[in-house]
Design a protein. Structure first.
Length: 285
């Protein structure tokens, strides 16, 4: 264990001793366990924690944790795909939560060796998968009483989705400037939300993501281009996107049909899934 990890471990032990001392000096003979200090490494998990009424226990989050807005005030520990143990331990957590995709095994091992409990949840990108995730997170926090209301709200919002009469071909482009542009293939979160909103993925024949090329654009010939609002901004807005080679030769380029949405809302598959599908469905009409 390196010196920094050792210091973080000592810091965590110190916080635990302080909490214990406070209880002893209070003169209480029977007290509940202290509330956990939680670091969340996934925006969807963070949102569920807040909906369960446990927002006050969060002491740090990853950069995808953008909703509700109050989370922006919490310390950021990095992006969920590039988390270091040091950044997490600096918040003196007693519990770290995320998805099975959001934490490298070696980092999880470092956190556990420092005495931190780690809870990772498997996320499936579907309405049923979202409901299961809510149930599992609630069970981990002893908040199952809040689940029925959350699921009822989610179901109501999903039933309100009004899909277009004819499914348009939608191409999701992940962009971080013109130097980083990828298209979403089969099985991705982007494809799942496009289908839920009544569209069809214009990118076929491959899974996950692959680099955007002018040839692939022309072959896919999407009716609609879909991006995160931050991604579209990185390209200089709609005008900048339409200058990308190959875009002008597609139906979407010729008609100017470009849809932008908040990234966490669009692909988070959390409690706002019905709202996300409904918003995208309206924009695909």
């Amino acid at each position: 264990m390196n010196k920094k990890l050792a210091m973080n471990k000592l810091n965590l032990i110190f916080h635990k001793l302080l909490a214990l001392a406070a209880l002893l000096f209070s003169g209480l003979t029977a007290v509940a366990a202290p509330a956990p200090r939680i670091v969340s490494l996934n925006g969807t998990i963070s949102e569920i924690i807040c909906d369960l009424g446990r927002q006050g226990q969060l002491v740090g989050v990853d950069v995808t944790s953008t909703y509700p807005a109050a989370l922006e005030k919490l310390p950021k520990v990095g992006h969920n795909r590039n988390i270091s143990a040091e950044g997490v331990l600096a918040q003196s957590p007693t519990l770290v939560v995320g998805t099975t995709e959001s934490l490298k095994p070696e980092v999880a091992a470092q956190l556990k060796s420092a005495g931190v409990r780690v809870e990772l949840f498997k996320q499936t990108y579907s309405p049923e998968g979202t409901k299961q995730l809510i149930k599992e997170v609630a069970a981990a926090f002893g908040a199952t009483a809040e689940v029925p209301a959350l699921l009822k709200k989610l179901d109501a919002q999903l039933t309100q989705v009004r899909r277009p009469a004819k499914a348009p071909k939608v191409l999701f482009i992940y962009a971080r400037g013109t130097g980083t542009m990828m298209v979403a293939g089969q099985g991705t979160q982007a494809e799942k939300i496009i289908q839920l909103a009544g569209g069809q993925n214009a990118a076929t024949g491959f899974a996950d993501f692959k680099p955007l090329t002018a040839e692939a654009l022309v072959a896919a010939n999407p009716d609609v281009l879909l991006l995160f609002d931050s991604g579209l901004q990185s390209l200089g807005g709609k005008a900048g996107l339409l200058q990308v080679p190959g875009i002008a030769q597609t139906n979407a380029g010729r008609t100017g049909r470009v849809v932008e949405m908040d990234g966490q809302l669009l692909t988070g598959f959390g409690p706002r899934l019905g709202l996300a599908a409904g918003e995208l469905a309206r924009k695909l009409q």
